[in-house]
Structure formats: structure tokens, C-alpha cells
Design a protein around this ligand. Structure first.
Ligand code: ADP
Ligand code: MG
Length: 260
């Protein structure tokens, strides 16, 4: 993209955040986790959110997915203002429009892999047969054949993340949000998740993932760096223009540098 490419209107972006802020009030001093973040994610983009621990990455992802509410700022999802939506409306949005992979695997422990994957489809009103068919497709695509009847506790770390990915994708979400999907995995399992996310992206899936993993970030179109609740860098990989229209010469090597 170039400086001539205007910031899309809220309706053209899958996600648009303006001045998004979130402060936690605990026993001690308040924590300003996210401070005035502006972020636009276009359809089909793969965005890696990176930055040191405590930078506000998970909080920002949770705000975008409606798992937490901002204190201030505006948020659009598919052109719709959503920052004031209540919990019930957000659960409908998450079922229909957003696939979420949380940092600590959120599979239901007493349900089989198959049931875990089908559950969001059934909750969204899909007929059981359609949910089963979609599950079967995802099981094949994500290499989970033979694991449908297993319980989450019987899976390897990589299989658990792939099951969580299948569950996040079952309703064909407009956007996939993932919080450190390779964070707990070893090299091979991690590369498998990277490969799957890249393949989804190539097929047009919009993805926002929090990651410390240079391999995963290098597959993204854009790396957004957070520090102390603020966006400190927003770089389009392999391009010569930054989101703010200033030139950059980063490329994939830049991602590695951005990690510090
Ligand atoms: P990251 O994902 O980049 O590590 P987080 O969004 O988890 O950062 O956290 C940002 C800041 O907010 C940190 O200082 C963290 O301790 C604080 N924080 C996160 N969640 C909570 C919470 N539920 N209550 C209080 N403070 C929180
Ligand atoms: Mg985090």
C-alpha cells in the first residue's frame, strides 16, 4: 500500500478501532493496559500483534473480540459500531462473525474433540448434520483424523491447538483472533500451526494473532508492535510503506528486528 491508499472507511474494514482504551482497577494503582489504540484491519489481512509481556496485546485482542469492554474509544466490526454492545449481543457476534483462540486453550474438558468443534455451530443454530459435516471437513484440513472421539486432555499440545483452531473456524468467521497460538508449543507443532494459519490466510481468512514467535509473524502481512498499551510501530511486511504512509524498508528481516 502507499500513501495514496486512504484509510478505509469503517464499512470497508473488518475491524476498526479508534482511541481504544482499557484500564484495570485492582487493589493497587490502576493499570493502563491499552491506551488510545487506533487499528484498522482490512478484509483478508493477516496482522501479527507483538510486543513485550504486559504491553497490552491480550487486552487489545479481548477488546476486539468483545471479551472485555473498552473504557473509551470506538470499535467497528464489519462497519457496525459495537463498543457499547452488551454481553448477549457480543455472544451472538462471536458465534457468527468472530473465531477466537484464547491463550490458554479454551476447549471444554469433558466433551470430545468432535463435540467441542461442533458446539459453536450448534449454538449458532446450524442443523446437527451441517455441524457434523463442517466438523469432518475441519478435522481433515487440520490433521485431526482419528482424534474426534478423544477428550482434550488426551491430546498433545499441538493437537489441542489445532482442535481449538477448528472450533474457532467452524462458523466461518469474518475474523480469526488468536492469542499466542504457538506460545506453549515445541518447534514442530508450532510450525504446523504457522503453516495452517498461512494457508487460511492464503484462502482469504482475516487473522489477527498475538505472537512472540518470529516464524508466525513472518507469515503475516503486517506487524503491529505494542509497548505500554500504545502502538509503537505498524509495518507492512515486504512493502515500502508503513500504515501511516511513511516509508519503510523492513521485509521479513524487519520482523525479527522488531522482536528485539
Ligand atoms: P500482554 O498480553 O501484552 O502480556 P496484557 O494485555 O495481558 O499484556 O496486560 C497488560 C497489562 O494489564 C499488564 O500490566 C497486566 O498485568 C495488566 N492486566 C491484564 N489483565 C488484567 C486483569 N484482569 N486485571 C488487572 N490487570 C490486568
Ligand atoms: Mg498476553
Amino acid at each position: 500500500m502507499s500513501a495514496a491508499c486512504p484509510v478505509p472507511s469503517p464499512c470497508e474494514a473488518v475491524v476498526r478501532a479508534e482511541g481504544l482504551s482499557k484500564t484495570y482497577h485492582g487493589a493497587g494503582l490502576p493499570t493502563y493496559a491499552v491506551r488510545g489504540v487506533d487499528l484498522t484491519v482490512r478484509q483478508g489481512e493477516f496482522v501479527a500483534l507483538t510486543g513485550p509481556s504486559g504491553a497490552g496485546k491480550s487486552t487489545l485482542l479481548h477488546l476486539i473480540g468483545g471479551l472485555q469492554r473498552p473504557d473509551s474509544g470506538r470499535l467497528w466490526l464489519d462497519g457496525q459500531r459495537v463498543e457499547r454492545c452488551g454481553a448477549a449481543r457480543w455472544s451472538v457476534l462471536r458465534r457468527r462473525r468472530i473465531g477466537v483462540m484464547l491463550q490458554f486453550c479454551n476447549l471444554v474438558s469433558h466433551m470430545t474433540v468432535a463435540d467441542n468443534i461442533e458446539l459453536p455451530a450448534l449454538l449458532a443454530g446450524a442443523p446437527p448434520r451441517a455441524a457434523q459435516e463442517r466438523r469432518a471437513t475441519l478435522v481433515t484440513e487440520l490433521g485431526l483424523e482419528g482424534r474426534e472421539r478423544s477428550m482434550p486432555g488426551e491430546l498433545s499440545g499441538g493437537e489441542r491447538q489445532r482442535a481449538a483452531l477448528a472450533r474457532a473456524l467452524v462458523n466461518d468467521p469474518a475474523i480469526l483472533l488468536a492469542d499466542e497460538p504457538t506460545g506453549t508449543l515445541g518447534g514442530r507443532a508450532s510450525r504446523e500451526i504457522q503453516r495452517l494459519l498461512s494457508r487460511l490466510h492464503q484462502r482469504g481468512q482475516t487473522i489477527v494473532t498475538v505472537t512472540h514467535d518470529a516464524g508466525l509473524a513472518s507469515g503475516a502481512d503486517r506487524v503491529v508492535s505494542l509497548f505500554d498499551g500504545r502502538v509503537t510501530d505498524d509495518t507492512r511486511i515486504g512493502d515500502t510503506w508503513r500504515e501511516d504512509g511513511r516509508p519503510t524498508r523492513t521485509g521479513v528481516a524487519g520482523v525479527l528486528r522488531l522482536r528485539g
